[in-house]
Design a protein. Structure first.
Length: 241
């Protein structure tokens, strides 16, 4: 039995067994630590760095959210760990604003220049930018196998709220049907007949926006959480039919 097959077997066992889940996490602590160190670009302090706890929680989340359609479990877990840490950094920094460095602070003897986040903060933002770039490149490469490019997605994106809502309902239904997702990833084609059986959306609408729907299904099935975050903002207020 290969190592990857063994891991997948243990992951499925751990989904409903906390003892098995704890044992799996314990066995892969070196992997988790290595991922955090890689993301932080410095040695990990397990007693001080919140990122370590976040990574362990993300690994457990990966166990519960994994399916064979996602490919390698360890790749999926590594991606989820990275995304959860980046989300943590973004939330902590979301209130930062660009203002004059000479603005006085409450301390009469100091200015904001002395309070500018140091090198560690800058490294965190660099990691976020690099991770975003990596996600876009990885998604672009994956879409190529499905005959779709980023330009295609832009040109095939719905222009009306009603059509956007219809496409969203198609994606939501497909994601809930493991059989549909397995066929989609295996054949690299939308299983049109099965989709039409489950959603009240005209065939013409699905065909016209096929490349857009393909891109969304790839995004939502492969852990592109930075891109998903941007999509969530775009999709605000759009209600699925």
């Amino acid at each position: 039995m290969s190592e990857e097959h063994t891991i997948v077997h243990r992951v499925y066992q751990a989904k409903g067994d906390m003892t098995a889940a704890d044992a799996l996490i314990s066995d892969y602590l070196p992997f988790i630590k290595a991922q955090v160190t890689k993301i932080m670009k410095r040695p990990l302090d397990i007693n001080q760095d919140d990122e370590y706890s976040i990574a362990m929680i993300a690994f457990h989340e990966a166990i519960n959210g994994y399916s064979k359609t996602r490919g390698s479990f360890l790749n999926y877990a590594a991606l989820l760990i990275r995304n959860r840490i980046i989300d943590h950094w973004r939330k902590n920094n979301r209130h930062n604003q660009v203002i004059s460095l000479n603005t006085p602070t409450n301390d009469e003897n100091s200015t904001l220049e002395e309070l500018v986040p140091g090198e560690e903060y800058q490294e965190e933002n660099l990691v976020i930018r690099e991770a975003t770039k990596e996600e876009i490149l990885e998604l672009s490469h994956q879409m190529t196998a499905f005959g779709v490019s980023l330009t295609d997605v832009a040109e095939n994106s719905p222009k009306q709220t009603r059509t956007l809502s219809a496409c969203k309902s198609v994606v939501a239904y497909a994601r809930e049907q493991e059989e549909i997702m397995e066929e989609f990833l295996r054949t690299k084609r939308l299983p049109m007949k099965k989709l039409l059986e489950g959603v009240d959306v005209p065939r013409k609408t699905i065909e016209r926006h096929r490349k857009y729907i393909v891109a969304l299904l790839l995004i939502y099935s492969n852990g592109y959480e930075i891109i998903r975050g941007h999509l969530a903002e775009v999709m605000k207020g759009v209600t699925a039919q």
